[in-house]
Each structure stands twice: as structure tokens, then as C-alpha cells.
Design a protein around this ligand. Sequence first.
Ligand code: SF4
Length: 500
Amino acid sequence: MDHRVIRGGLAVRSRRHMLLPVLHEIQDRAGWVSRGALEYACRRLSIPPAEAYGVVSFYARFALEPGRARTEHVCDDIVCQLAGAHPDQGVNCLGLCDRAPARLDEKQAPAAESVRYPDSRLLRRVGIVDPGSIDSYREHGGFKALRRARELGAEQVIRQVTASALLGRGGAAFPTGRKWESVAKAQARPHYLVCNADESEPGTFKDRVVMEGDPFALVEAMAVAALAAGCEKGYIYIRDEYPVARRRIARAIEQSRDAGLLDIDVEVRRGAGAYICGEETALFNSIEGKRGEPRNKPPFPVEVGLFGRPTLVNNVETLVNVLDILNGEFADTRLFCVSGHVKHPGVYDIPLGTPLRLLLERAGAGSIQAVLLGGAAGSFLTPEQLDVPLSFEGTRAIGATLGSGAVIVFDATADMKQALLRIARFFRDESCGQCVPCRVGTKRQEEILERMFANGRGQADVMLLSDIAQAMRDASICGLGQTAANAIASGLKQLPVLNA
Ligand code: SF4
């Protein structure tokens, strides 16, 4: 009665998660995000402008000045530098390492190459099936696993996934069945399903190949996961630099829904150029319309995830494996992305435990100076370590990790100092800045390396670098800070050329 009551505030504020899609829309139409457009979006979504500014300025994709937005990108990350890209003149890895040196024009993004993967289990349909046709997918065995899952019911599906001993392929190698079971048993509602397709680790491009070449497989796998874990709503968060994958997945969702094969609503969310959003809790924040900053864990996503609800989050490769489990065709293989100095860069599906040397032979590697295993957060291996079995235990035994499955090969001509500096720059760029050890440590790490490579390796700098690495490992909130020194430390320890 006194006009001091405003109704509907909660409903308006609950649209906060639309902030990133709205910003993308503004930028796609106007070429940048002007102050006026941002303020209008803030009014409509009931977001304080200062907070929205914090979000828009967080993501590399959004431009706050005219003429700053880029729709063409040239990569100068590790693999592209090996192929001749000039250092310091481009962007971080575009996930096109099999086509290095890579350039991406978003408006004319290349279609998936019609490469066939003859002896690959997971990629057997890529290059064969029509990625735009549900009928073609069905002709190649599509939706058999979903039918089977519906017959079995949630409990049995989880039992089969658990029995397969499938470990998550995103890097953390957590048992998939256990994760599904935890979400299924969580009391709070609704349950969310999130597919992490924000593949941004340098040297990694397998999820792109799956999404571009076999998009219905991912949609089917999400339908199975949602059924098993009782999820009411799903999201696929795809990195901004994968426009073809995004379009094809959206189309596959539409066709599957029209065919009555998707019981839940699945939404494609577009990343905005932040590597850290590959970290699951940063990804949740990004979907919620916030800065992509990781959260402290615990609580873990299976209890308190997206919008504070139990959330099942899996990466693309993990999900697609579930189809073969239900179809009785599962084998413990893993996708590896081989790039750098090899004759046949690409994605290889090989049994876990295969010696690295065999994979390199298949990819056509010649003389080798070093191999970076696991991407920028991984470690350098020497030619003497190439017999390491590519398994979680095998790599752990030599202090390495499979990580995202990236294998970057350096021959004798490679400038290893440049490679280490590029890794340091990558982490400096991508640290979200939320915690001091990582924000400051990644910057100092780069400065010390530059000094060491310019002036020689002084004992004081070596000690300083190792102290910073320890501080980042011990006191960073998330995996980015905790692993930002790994590749650099292993390179300095293992590669003689860096000790000269
Ligand atoms: Fe952000 Fe780095 Fe801290 Fe992770 S470790 S939360 S990336 S500042």
C-alpha cells in the first residue's frame, strides 16, 4: 500500500544465468559490448552493473571497446610454434593442433575433416556417419545403448558402468560409476547433468573430433547419464573456439528431442575464452553468469554443484565410453592427441598401457628430443623414458601424468627454451587471479625463466623458482595453480639443453 513493495525480484534475479548468452548475443550483433548495452542487460536481468562489468571483463572473448573483438584467431601456442608460428603474436591453443600452424575464422570455421579412424573404437563413426542426420546415426548403431538403458533402469545402468571400472577421462581419473551413484542417491533436487566440453589444454583436440564427427553419440550418452543419475536438466559447455562442434551438437539435440529420444532439456552453453572454465566449479560459475572462478572443494559437485544442486559432471570422452559399456563393446582404450614433430598428427585410440614409443611410431615420429605428456599441466619426458606404459599407474611411476591425453613431440630442431616460456606465458594469461600464490606465482615464474634463459642459470633463481613452485602447489585453490610449475620443473630437470 505504501508503494515500497516490489514483487517478482526473485524471478528476475533467477535469470542471472542468462548473462553470458546475452553478452554473446550483444557482441555477435554489435561487435563489442558497449556500456549502454551492458547497463540495459543489467536492468533486464537485475544484476548490479559493477558485478556484470566484473564478469564481462573476466572473459577474453568479450570486447569492451569497439574494434577490439576478434573473430579471427591465429594460434601461437606450443604446437603451432613448432610449425612456424611466430611467438607472442597470437592466442593460446585453439584445439586445432592437428592442423598446425592454426588459424580460425569463426565465420568460416572449417568443417570436420573426413578422416577415418579404422581401428578406433570410440571414433569408428567419425568420417563415416553424417553428423547432421539422426537417421544416419541410427543406421550405424545409434541409440541402441539408450534403448538398453531404458530396459535396464537406472540402478542396473550404474551397476554396469561401475563394473566396467571406467575412469574419468578429463584428467582427474575419478571412477565414473561412483560419481553417477553419488548423484543418483543425492536427496536434494533437481539434479543437473553437465558435459564439460571446454577442452582448452594445449595440445588437446579429441573432444572436438568427437563432437564434430559424431555429435549424436554425445547426445545419446547424455540421455543415458541423465536417466541413470536422475538428472532433470542438462548443459553442454563447449569452448567458444569450437563453432562447428557447437552447431552440430545443437542440431543433434534438436533432432533427438523431435524423435522423442531425449527426456530432459539439454542446453548448449558457449564458453567465452577462459581456460579455467574447464575446471568443473569454474564452469558452474560460468553457466550461472558469474566470473569463471573455481570454488573451494569440498563440498563436491555431486552434493553442491550447479545452482547449489547435486550435479553430475563428465567430459565428452568419458560420456561417449558409456555407450560401448551398455552395448557390450567396451574396452579400456583411451584417446591420445598426438601433435608437434610427427608425420601424422591426430587422435589415436589405443589400449591403456600401450608403450608411448608404439604410439609415437604410429604417428610417424622421427628423432625425438623430448615429449610433453599431458599438455601444459603435464611433464616433459626424455627419449630414455619413451617405453613408459600409457596408463594412470605407469605414468605415475615416473612422476608424469596422462592428463588430458595430449602428446606433443619435439625433435632436435625444437627450441625448448621457447617452449618453456610459452607454457609460462600460458599460465600467466589463464590464472583467474583469485588466489595470490597462483596469480603472482605464474607471473614471477615467467619472469625468472626469461631471466635465466637470457643471463644463464644462477643458483638464486633456481631456488626462487622451486620455492614459487612449492607455494603454488601447496596453497593454490585449484588444479591450475597446483600444476602450473610441473611442466617447467620437469623440463628444467630433465632436458640437458636447458641446463647448458
Ligand atoms: Fe584461480 Fe589460479 Fe587460484 Fe585456480 S589456482 S583459483 S586459477 S588463481
